[in-house]
Design a protein. Structure first.
Length: 117
């Protein structure tokens, strides 16, 4: 049977969608709080939480996995040196999504902040 897929596509093919997640994750790691649409924030959350879990382990394999997911040495360094140790005792739930008010323009996108707890 054909079941409904859960992933949001954002009207993009697989390559641009992966590039979007990589870019949003890089920005979140470097800035620690970003503003985006609610749907993108909800899709970004599991992506980033896996990266933080890798950073908690701090092995060579986890560094290489994170580098392949983020593609940026500066972001990987910050993730492993400051963000990973910060959540060493925490069992999950490293990010928080806070909904914002609607923007004043004519589009109806719901905006949100995503930040580390």
């Amino acid at each position: 049977m054909a079941y409904t897929k859960k992933a949001r596509t954002f009207a993009r093919k697989a390559g641009p969608r992966q590039a979007l997640m990589k870019s949003l994750a890089r920005s979140l790691v470097l800035e620690e709080r970003i503003s985006t649409t609610e749907a993108k924030a909800k899709s970004l959350r599991p992506f980033v939480e896996r990266l933080v879990t890798y950073a908690k382990k701090d092995t060579l394999a986890s560094r290489r996995l994170t580098k392949s997911r983020l593609g940026d040495d500066e972001a990987v360094k910050k993730l492993f040196e400051s963000i990973g140790p910060r959540y060493a005792e925490r069992a999950g739930g490293y990010t928080r999504i806070v909904k914002r008010t609607l923007r004043g323009s004519n589009d109806a996108r719901k905006l949100a902040y995503i930040a580390f707890v």
